[in-house]
Design a binder for this molecule. Structure first.
Ligand code: GUN
Ligand code: FE
Length: 455
Protein backbone atom coordinates (compact mmCIF):
# COMPACT_ATOMS: atom_id res chain seq x y z
CA UNK A 1 0.00 0.00 0.00
CA UNK A 2 3.04 2.24 0.42
CA UNK A 3 3.07 2.98 -3.28
CA UNK A 4 0.45 5.73 -2.79
CA UNK A 5 1.71 9.29 -2.74
CA UNK A 6 -1.44 10.47 -0.93
CA UNK A 7 -4.63 9.06 0.50
CA UNK A 8 -7.69 11.28 1.01
CA UNK A 9 -10.78 10.47 3.03
CA UNK A 10 -14.00 12.40 2.64
CA UNK A 11 -17.23 12.93 0.75
CA UNK A 12 -17.01 13.83 -2.93
CA UNK A 13 -19.37 14.79 -5.74
CA UNK A 14 -18.68 13.84 -9.35
CA UNK A 15 -20.81 13.56 -12.49
CA UNK A 16 -21.74 10.06 -13.49
CA UNK A 17 -23.69 11.12 -16.57
CA UNK A 18 -24.57 14.50 -18.09
CA UNK A 19 -27.64 14.67 -15.84
CA UNK A 20 -26.67 12.67 -12.74
CA UNK A 21 -24.25 13.47 -9.95
CA UNK A 22 -22.78 10.68 -7.89
CA UNK A 23 -22.20 11.17 -4.17
CA UNK A 24 -19.20 9.26 -2.83
CA UNK A 25 -19.81 9.46 0.89
CA UNK A 26 -16.75 9.05 3.12
CA UNK A 27 -14.73 7.31 0.44
CA UNK A 28 -10.98 6.80 0.31
CA UNK A 29 -9.12 8.14 -2.72
CA UNK A 30 -5.69 6.60 -3.28
CA UNK A 31 -3.41 8.75 -5.43
CA UNK A 32 -0.26 7.43 -7.07
CA UNK A 33 3.06 9.18 -7.67
CA UNK A 34 1.90 10.39 -11.09
CA UNK A 35 -1.02 12.20 -9.47
CA UNK A 36 -3.65 9.81 -10.85
CA UNK A 37 -6.51 8.27 -8.88
CA UNK A 38 -5.43 4.66 -8.62
CA UNK A 39 -8.14 3.33 -6.34
CA UNK A 40 -11.40 4.52 -4.80
CA UNK A 41 -12.58 2.56 -1.77
CA UNK A 42 -16.07 2.78 -0.31
CA UNK A 43 -16.82 2.29 3.41
CA UNK A 44 -18.39 -1.10 2.59
CA UNK A 45 -15.17 -2.43 1.07
CA UNK A 46 -13.33 -5.07 3.13
CA UNK A 47 -10.02 -3.12 3.08
CA UNK A 48 -11.55 0.21 4.12
CA UNK A 49 -10.88 -0.01 7.89
CA UNK A 50 -7.56 -1.72 7.34
CA UNK A 51 -6.24 1.13 5.17
CA UNK A 52 -7.43 3.76 7.61
CA UNK A 53 -5.74 2.00 10.53
CA UNK A 54 -2.56 1.62 8.58
CA UNK A 55 -2.30 5.15 7.19
CA UNK A 56 -4.17 7.53 9.44
CA UNK A 57 -1.09 8.61 11.38
CA UNK A 58 1.00 9.22 8.29
CA UNK A 59 1.66 12.62 6.81
CA UNK A 60 0.19 11.71 3.43
CA UNK A 61 -3.21 10.74 4.90
CA UNK A 62 -5.66 13.60 4.47
CA UNK A 63 -9.03 13.33 6.21
CA UNK A 64 -11.51 16.11 5.50
CA UNK A 65 -12.97 17.72 8.62
CA UNK A 66 -16.73 17.90 9.00
CA UNK A 67 -18.36 20.40 6.63
CA UNK A 68 -15.71 20.00 3.91
CA UNK A 69 -16.22 18.27 0.55
CA UNK A 70 -14.30 17.34 -2.59
CA UNK A 71 -15.39 18.56 -6.00
CA UNK A 72 -13.47 17.93 -9.22
CA UNK A 73 -11.41 20.95 -10.22
CA UNK A 74 -13.21 23.05 -12.80
CA UNK A 75 -12.13 23.16 -16.45
CA UNK A 76 -12.34 26.61 -18.02
CA UNK A 77 -12.28 26.09 -21.79
CA UNK A 78 -11.88 29.67 -22.92
CA UNK A 79 -10.05 32.58 -21.29
CA UNK A 80 -8.45 35.62 -22.96
CA UNK A 81 -5.55 35.98 -20.52
CA UNK A 82 -4.55 39.58 -21.43
CA UNK A 83 -8.14 40.75 -21.03
CA UNK A 84 -7.98 40.09 -17.27
CA UNK A 85 -6.58 43.64 -17.18
CA UNK A 86 -9.92 44.99 -18.47
CA UNK A 87 -12.36 42.62 -16.72
CA UNK A 88 -15.64 44.34 -16.01
CA UNK A 89 -15.24 47.38 -18.23
CA UNK A 90 -16.77 48.49 -21.52
CA UNK A 91 -19.47 45.85 -21.62
CA UNK A 92 -22.12 48.27 -22.88
CA UNK A 93 -20.97 48.35 -26.51
CA UNK A 94 -21.23 45.76 -29.31
CA UNK A 95 -18.50 43.15 -29.93
CA UNK A 96 -17.02 44.85 -32.98
CA UNK A 97 -16.53 48.19 -31.21
CA UNK A 98 -15.35 46.53 -28.01
CA UNK A 99 -12.60 44.73 -29.92
CA UNK A 100 -11.42 47.83 -31.77
CA UNK A 101 -11.67 50.43 -29.00
CA UNK A 102 -10.58 48.47 -25.95
CA UNK A 103 -9.38 44.95 -26.59
CA UNK A 104 -6.85 45.32 -29.41
CA UNK A 105 -5.11 48.34 -27.78
CA UNK A 106 -4.88 46.39 -24.50
CA UNK A 107 -3.57 43.23 -26.16
CA UNK A 108 -0.91 45.24 -28.01
CA UNK A 109 0.64 46.07 -24.62
CA UNK A 110 1.67 42.43 -24.14
CA UNK A 111 4.84 43.10 -26.09
CA UNK A 112 5.97 44.38 -22.66
CA UNK A 113 7.12 41.28 -20.79
CA UNK A 114 7.04 42.92 -17.37
CA UNK A 115 3.41 43.97 -17.84
CA UNK A 116 2.55 40.54 -19.21
CA UNK A 117 4.16 38.82 -16.25
CA UNK A 118 2.26 40.96 -13.74
CA UNK A 119 -1.11 40.32 -15.37
CA UNK A 120 -0.56 36.63 -16.13
CA UNK A 121 0.77 35.75 -12.65
CA UNK A 122 -2.23 37.43 -11.08
CA UNK A 123 -4.68 35.74 -13.45
CA UNK A 124 -3.38 32.19 -13.06
CA UNK A 125 -3.38 32.58 -9.26
CA UNK A 126 -6.90 34.01 -9.33
CA UNK A 127 -8.28 31.21 -11.50
CA UNK A 128 -6.72 28.57 -9.23
CA UNK A 129 -8.22 30.31 -6.19
CA UNK A 130 -11.61 30.08 -7.93
CA UNK A 131 -11.24 26.31 -8.35
CA UNK A 132 -10.17 26.15 -12.01
CA UNK A 133 -7.49 23.47 -12.28
CA UNK A 134 -7.35 23.33 -16.08
CA UNK A 135 -7.64 26.40 -18.28
CA UNK A 136 -7.44 26.85 -22.05
CA UNK A 137 -6.07 30.30 -22.83
CA UNK A 138 -5.85 32.72 -25.71
CA UNK A 139 -2.73 34.83 -25.04
CA UNK A 140 -1.95 37.52 -27.67
CA UNK A 141 -0.19 37.55 -31.05
CA UNK A 142 3.17 38.00 -29.25
CA UNK A 143 5.17 34.79 -29.16
CA UNK A 144 7.34 35.67 -26.16
CA UNK A 145 4.69 36.69 -23.69
CA UNK A 146 2.45 33.83 -24.85
CA UNK A 147 5.23 31.43 -23.92
CA UNK A 148 5.60 33.22 -20.60
CA UNK A 149 1.96 32.41 -19.85
CA UNK A 150 2.68 28.70 -20.42
CA UNK A 151 5.68 28.96 -18.08
CA UNK A 152 3.56 30.61 -15.38
CA UNK A 153 0.98 27.80 -15.61
CA UNK A 154 3.80 25.24 -15.40
CA UNK A 155 5.29 26.96 -12.35
CA UNK A 156 2.03 27.52 -10.48
CA UNK A 157 0.87 23.95 -11.13
CA UNK A 158 -2.18 24.70 -13.26
CA UNK A 159 -2.86 22.53 -16.30
CA UNK A 160 -2.66 25.16 -19.03
CA UNK A 161 -3.49 24.94 -22.71
CA UNK A 162 -2.06 28.05 -24.28
CA UNK A 163 -2.38 29.60 -27.71
CA UNK A 164 -0.32 32.28 -29.37
CA UNK A 165 -3.14 34.14 -31.09
CA UNK A 166 -2.99 34.45 -34.87
CA UNK A 167 -4.52 37.57 -36.47
CA UNK A 168 -2.73 38.43 -39.69
CA UNK A 169 -5.24 40.12 -41.99
CA UNK A 170 -4.11 43.75 -42.52
CA UNK A 171 -7.65 44.66 -43.60
CA UNK A 172 -9.16 43.44 -40.36
CA UNK A 173 -6.59 44.22 -37.66
CA UNK A 174 -4.82 47.46 -36.74
CA UNK A 175 -1.11 47.63 -37.55
CA UNK A 176 -0.24 47.77 -33.83
CA UNK A 177 -2.07 44.53 -33.05
CA UNK A 178 -1.42 41.88 -35.67
CA UNK A 179 1.00 39.38 -37.11
CA UNK A 180 3.14 41.03 -39.76
CA UNK A 181 2.35 38.38 -42.39
CA UNK A 182 0.86 34.92 -42.81
CA UNK A 183 4.40 33.53 -43.06
CA UNK A 184 5.59 35.12 -39.81
CA UNK A 185 2.40 34.02 -38.03
CA UNK A 186 2.97 30.42 -39.11
CA UNK A 187 6.66 30.49 -38.18
CA UNK A 188 5.90 31.96 -34.77
CA UNK A 189 3.15 29.39 -34.21
CA UNK A 190 5.44 26.51 -35.13
CA UNK A 191 8.26 27.62 -32.84
CA UNK A 192 5.70 28.30 -30.08
CA UNK A 193 4.35 24.75 -30.43
CA UNK A 194 7.85 23.26 -30.20
CA UNK A 195 8.80 25.39 -27.19
CA UNK A 196 5.63 24.53 -25.22
CA UNK A 197 5.89 20.84 -26.09
CA UNK A 198 9.42 20.99 -24.71
CA UNK A 199 8.23 22.75 -21.53
CA UNK A 200 5.59 20.03 -21.15
CA UNK A 201 8.29 17.39 -20.79
CA UNK A 202 9.25 18.83 -17.41
CA UNK A 203 5.72 19.70 -16.23
CA UNK A 204 3.89 17.09 -14.15
CA UNK A 205 0.35 18.35 -14.76
CA UNK A 206 0.88 19.14 -18.46
CA UNK A 207 1.05 22.34 -20.48
CA UNK A 208 -0.07 22.16 -24.09
CA UNK A 209 0.28 24.42 -27.14
CA UNK A 210 -2.95 25.31 -28.91
CA UNK A 211 -3.25 26.39 -32.55
CA UNK A 212 -5.26 29.61 -32.21
CA UNK A 213 -6.66 31.55 -35.17
CA UNK A 214 -8.49 34.35 -33.30
CA UNK A 215 -11.56 33.94 -35.53
CA UNK A 216 -12.06 33.75 -39.25
CA UNK A 217 -12.71 37.51 -39.66
CA UNK A 218 -9.20 38.34 -38.39
CA UNK A 219 -7.29 35.79 -40.52
CA UNK A 220 -6.30 35.38 -44.16
CA UNK A 221 -7.12 32.17 -46.04
CA UNK A 222 -3.41 31.47 -46.29
CA UNK A 223 -2.86 31.53 -42.55
CA UNK A 224 -5.97 29.47 -41.80
CA UNK A 225 -4.80 26.78 -44.20
CA UNK A 226 -1.28 26.79 -42.73
CA UNK A 227 -2.63 26.55 -39.18
CA UNK A 228 -4.73 23.51 -40.06
CA UNK A 229 -1.58 21.84 -41.39
CA UNK A 230 0.47 22.73 -38.30
CA UNK A 231 -2.22 21.35 -35.98
CA UNK A 232 -2.20 18.07 -37.93
CA UNK A 233 1.62 17.90 -38.08
CA UNK A 234 2.03 18.34 -34.31
CA UNK A 235 -1.29 16.79 -33.22
CA UNK A 236 -2.16 19.88 -31.17
CA UNK A 237 -5.33 21.23 -29.67
CA UNK A 238 -7.11 23.90 -31.73
CA UNK A 239 -9.26 26.80 -30.55
CA UNK A 240 -11.09 29.70 -32.17
CA UNK A 241 -14.39 31.58 -32.04
CA UNK A 242 -17.27 30.29 -34.14
CA UNK A 243 -20.61 31.90 -35.07
CA UNK A 244 -20.57 34.08 -31.95
CA UNK A 245 -22.85 37.02 -32.80
CA UNK A 246 -25.04 38.19 -35.67
CA UNK A 247 -22.10 40.24 -36.90
CA UNK A 248 -19.39 37.54 -36.56
CA UNK A 249 -21.64 34.84 -38.04
CA UNK A 250 -22.77 37.08 -40.92
CA UNK A 251 -19.21 38.18 -41.80
CA UNK A 252 -18.16 34.58 -42.48
CA UNK A 253 -21.27 33.89 -44.57
CA UNK A 254 -20.50 37.01 -46.65
CA UNK A 255 -16.92 35.86 -47.21
CA UNK A 256 -17.37 32.15 -47.87
CA UNK A 257 -21.06 31.64 -48.59
CA UNK A 258 -21.19 29.11 -45.75
CA UNK A 259 -21.30 28.92 -42.00
CA UNK A 260 -18.24 29.27 -39.78
CA UNK A 261 -18.29 25.56 -38.90
CA UNK A 262 -17.96 24.40 -42.51
CA UNK A 263 -15.39 27.08 -43.33
CA UNK A 264 -13.25 26.06 -40.32
CA UNK A 265 -13.55 22.43 -41.39
CA UNK A 266 -12.35 23.28 -44.92
CA UNK A 267 -9.15 24.63 -43.36
CA UNK A 268 -8.59 21.46 -41.30
CA UNK A 269 -9.46 23.19 -38.04
CA UNK A 270 -12.15 20.84 -36.71
CA UNK A 271 -10.87 17.75 -34.89
CA UNK A 272 -11.31 15.79 -31.73
CA UNK A 273 -8.96 18.28 -30.05
CA UNK A 274 -10.82 21.38 -31.30
CA UNK A 275 -12.80 23.64 -28.98
CA UNK A 276 -14.82 26.47 -30.50
CA UNK A 277 -16.03 29.37 -28.38
CA UNK A 278 -19.67 30.55 -28.35
CA UNK A 279 -21.22 28.78 -31.40
CA UNK A 280 -24.59 30.42 -30.68
CA UNK A 281 -25.66 30.40 -34.33
CA UNK A 282 -24.84 26.79 -35.24
CA UNK A 283 -27.66 25.13 -37.18
CA UNK A 284 -28.31 21.39 -37.05
CA UNK A 285 -25.95 20.68 -39.99
CA UNK A 286 -23.16 22.57 -38.22
CA UNK A 287 -23.90 20.64 -35.04
CA UNK A 288 -23.77 17.31 -36.92
CA UNK A 289 -20.37 18.35 -38.33
CA UNK A 290 -19.15 19.13 -34.80
CA UNK A 291 -20.39 15.76 -33.54
CA UNK A 292 -18.80 13.91 -36.48
CA UNK A 293 -15.40 15.59 -36.09
CA UNK A 294 -15.40 15.50 -32.27
CA UNK A 295 -15.28 19.30 -32.08
CA UNK A 296 -16.51 20.71 -28.77
CA UNK A 297 -18.31 23.92 -27.89
CA UNK A 298 -16.99 26.19 -25.13
CA UNK A 299 -20.13 27.68 -23.58
CA UNK A 300 -19.70 31.26 -22.28
CA UNK A 301 -23.05 32.08 -20.68
CA UNK A 302 -22.07 35.41 -19.07
CA UNK A 303 -20.22 36.71 -22.11
CA UNK A 304 -23.06 35.61 -24.38
CA UNK A 305 -25.47 37.82 -22.45
CA UNK A 306 -23.39 40.82 -23.57
CA UNK A 307 -22.07 39.98 -27.00
CA UNK A 308 -23.76 36.97 -28.57
CA UNK A 309 -27.24 38.41 -29.28
CA UNK A 310 -28.80 35.09 -28.17
CA UNK A 311 -28.73 32.18 -25.71
CA UNK A 312 -26.83 29.01 -26.64
CA UNK A 313 -29.34 26.13 -26.96
CA UNK A 314 -27.29 23.76 -24.78
CA UNK A 315 -29.97 21.08 -24.33
CA UNK A 316 -30.69 20.90 -28.06
CA UNK A 317 -27.00 20.75 -29.05
CA UNK A 318 -26.33 18.04 -26.47
CA UNK A 319 -29.26 16.04 -27.87
CA UNK A 320 -27.46 16.18 -31.24
CA UNK A 321 -24.35 14.60 -29.68
CA UNK A 322 -22.10 17.68 -29.48
CA UNK A 323 -19.51 17.81 -26.68
CA UNK A 324 -19.91 20.96 -24.56
CA UNK A 325 -17.84 22.43 -21.74
CA UNK A 326 -18.02 25.69 -19.84
CA UNK A 327 -15.87 28.82 -19.77
CA UNK A 328 -15.57 32.33 -18.38
CA UNK A 329 -14.49 34.03 -21.65
CA UNK A 330 -12.65 36.71 -19.71
CA UNK A 331 -13.22 39.54 -20.38
CA UNK A 332 -16.28 39.27 -22.62
CA UNK A 333 -17.43 37.59 -19.41
CA UNK A 334 -16.49 39.73 -16.41
CA UNK A 335 -16.08 36.95 -13.84
CA UNK A 336 -13.08 34.63 -13.28
CA UNK A 337 -15.39 32.11 -11.61
CA UNK A 338 -16.94 29.06 -13.23
CA UNK A 339 -19.36 29.01 -10.27
CA UNK A 340 -20.79 32.25 -11.65
CA UNK A 341 -20.99 30.71 -15.11
CA UNK A 342 -22.69 27.54 -13.84
CA UNK A 343 -25.43 29.73 -12.37
CA UNK A 344 -25.70 31.83 -15.51
CA UNK A 345 -25.87 28.71 -17.72
CA UNK A 346 -28.87 27.52 -15.73
CA UNK A 347 -30.56 30.94 -15.68
CA UNK A 348 -29.99 31.64 -19.39
CA UNK A 349 -31.43 28.24 -20.30
CA UNK A 350 -34.52 28.98 -18.23
CA UNK A 351 -34.98 32.29 -20.03
CA UNK A 352 -34.60 30.56 -23.39
CA UNK A 353 -37.24 28.03 -22.38
CA UNK A 354 -39.75 30.51 -20.99
CA UNK A 355 -38.93 33.38 -23.37
CA UNK A 356 -38.35 36.97 -22.34
CA UNK A 357 -40.99 39.20 -23.92
CA UNK A 358 -44.01 39.44 -21.61
CA UNK A 359 -46.05 41.03 -24.42
CA UNK A 360 -46.18 37.61 -26.14
CA UNK A 361 -48.58 34.85 -25.07
CA UNK A 362 -46.85 32.15 -22.97
CA UNK A 363 -47.01 29.50 -25.69
CA UNK A 364 -45.16 31.74 -28.18
CA UNK A 365 -42.63 33.19 -25.78
CA UNK A 366 -39.87 30.59 -25.51
CA UNK A 367 -38.30 27.39 -26.79
CA UNK A 368 -39.70 24.26 -25.14
CA UNK A 369 -37.16 21.78 -23.75
CA UNK A 370 -34.31 24.28 -23.37
CA UNK A 371 -33.76 24.29 -19.62
CA UNK A 372 -30.77 22.63 -18.04
CA UNK A 373 -30.43 21.76 -14.35
CA UNK A 374 -27.60 22.79 -12.06
CA UNK A 375 -26.38 19.18 -12.21
CA UNK A 376 -26.10 19.49 -15.98
CA UNK A 377 -24.24 22.81 -15.67
CA UNK A 378 -21.84 21.13 -13.20
CA UNK A 379 -21.21 18.44 -15.81
CA UNK A 380 -20.26 21.16 -18.32
CA UNK A 381 -17.74 22.65 -15.87
CA UNK A 382 -16.13 19.27 -15.09
CA UNK A 383 -16.61 16.05 -17.09
CA UNK A 384 -17.80 17.92 -20.19
CA UNK A 385 -14.62 20.01 -20.18
CA UNK A 386 -12.48 16.87 -19.91
CA UNK A 387 -14.25 15.26 -22.86
CA UNK A 388 -13.91 18.47 -24.86
CA UNK A 389 -10.14 18.47 -24.37
CA UNK A 390 -9.80 14.68 -24.67
CA UNK A 391 -7.92 14.55 -21.35
CA UNK A 392 -8.54 12.25 -18.33
CA UNK A 393 -9.80 15.07 -16.10
CA UNK A 394 -13.10 16.36 -14.69
CA UNK A 395 -14.28 13.23 -12.85
CA UNK A 396 -13.36 11.63 -9.55
CA UNK A 397 -12.88 8.13 -10.96
CA UNK A 398 -9.96 5.74 -11.24
CA UNK A 399 -7.45 6.61 -13.98
CA UNK A 400 -8.43 10.29 -13.81
CA UNK A 401 -6.08 12.99 -12.52
CA UNK A 402 -6.43 14.02 -8.88
CA UNK A 403 -7.59 17.57 -9.73
CA UNK A 404 -9.84 18.69 -6.91
CA UNK A 405 -11.10 21.66 -4.97
CA UNK A 406 -11.85 21.24 -1.28
CA UNK A 407 -14.94 23.23 -0.32
CA UNK A 408 -15.34 24.42 3.26
CA UNK A 409 -19.04 25.09 3.93
CA UNK A 410 -18.15 26.46 7.39
CA UNK A 411 -15.71 29.25 6.48
CA UNK A 412 -16.58 31.96 9.01
CA UNK A 413 -16.70 34.78 6.44
CA UNK A 414 -18.80 32.79 3.95
CA UNK A 415 -20.70 30.12 5.86
CA UNK A 416 -23.23 28.23 3.75
CA UNK A 417 -26.77 28.11 5.15
CA UNK A 418 -26.72 24.50 6.36
CA UNK A 419 -28.65 24.22 9.62
CA UNK A 420 -29.89 20.63 9.65
CA UNK A 421 -27.35 18.02 10.76
CA UNK A 422 -29.14 15.52 8.53
CA UNK A 423 -29.40 17.71 5.45
CA UNK A 424 -29.27 15.40 2.40
CA UNK A 425 -25.92 15.48 0.61
CA UNK A 426 -27.70 16.23 -2.68
CA UNK A 427 -28.99 19.53 -1.30
CA UNK A 428 -25.61 20.40 0.25
CA UNK A 429 -24.18 19.88 -3.24
CA UNK A 430 -26.67 22.33 -4.76
CA UNK A 431 -25.93 24.91 -2.07
CA UNK A 432 -22.22 24.52 -2.81
CA UNK A 433 -22.79 25.20 -6.51
CA UNK A 434 -24.99 28.24 -5.95
CA UNK A 435 -23.24 29.83 -2.96
CA UNK A 436 -19.52 28.98 -3.03
CA UNK A 437 -17.20 31.97 -3.08
CA UNK A 438 -13.40 31.91 -3.26
CA UNK A 439 -13.38 32.13 0.56
CA UNK A 440 -14.95 28.66 0.67
CA UNK A 441 -12.29 27.09 -1.54
CA UNK A 442 -9.95 25.77 1.11
CA UNK A 443 -7.42 23.96 -1.06
CA UNK A 444 -6.91 23.20 -4.74
CA UNK A 445 -4.96 20.16 -6.02
CA UNK A 446 -3.78 19.47 -9.56
CA UNK A 447 -2.30 16.12 -10.63
CA UNK A 448 -1.84 15.12 -7.01
CA UNK A 449 -0.06 18.34 -5.96
CA UNK A 450 -1.43 21.04 -3.67
CA UNK A 451 -1.34 24.26 -5.73
CA UNK A 452 -3.50 26.61 -3.67
CA UNK A 453 -4.33 27.05 -0.01
CA UNK A 454 -6.76 29.69 1.18
CA UNK A 455 -5.04 32.39 3.23
N1 GUN B 1 -14.12 37.35 -31.28
C1 GUN B 1 -12.85 37.62 -31.66
N2 GUN B 1 -12.10 38.00 -30.62
C2 GUN B 1 -12.88 37.96 -29.55
C3 GUN B 1 -12.68 38.24 -28.16
O1 GUN B 1 -11.59 38.61 -27.71
N3 GUN B 1 -13.76 38.08 -27.34
C4 GUN B 1 -14.96 37.67 -27.81
N4 GUN B 1 -15.96 37.52 -26.95
N5 GUN B 1 -15.19 37.42 -29.09
C5 GUN B 1 -14.16 37.56 -29.95
FE1 FE C 1 -13.53 34.74 -26.58
Amino acid sequence: MNQYANIFQGTAFSSQSPKEVRVLQDHLFCINAQGMIEKIISPEHKDYQKIIQEFQDQENFNRLPEGQYFLPGFIDLHVHAPQWAQAGIALDIPLYEWLGHYTFPLEAKFSDLDFAQTVYEDLVGTLLANGSTTVQYFATFHKKSSYMLAEICAKKGQRGLVGKVVMDDPEANPEFCRDQSAESALQDTESFILAVQDLNRSTKQGVYPVVTPRFIPSCTDKVLKGLGKLAAKYDTHIQSHCSESDWAHGTVIDRFGKHDAFALNDFGLLSDKSVMAHCNFLDDDDAALFARTGTAIAHSPISNAYFANSVLPVAHLKSLGVEIGLDTDLSGGFSPSLYDNIKQAVMSSRMLEDGVNPALPAEERGVTGSRITVNEAFYLATAGGGESLSLPIGRLETDYAWDVQIIDTKTPAAKLPIFDKNEPLESIFQKILYLTRPENIQEVWVQGEKVHKRK
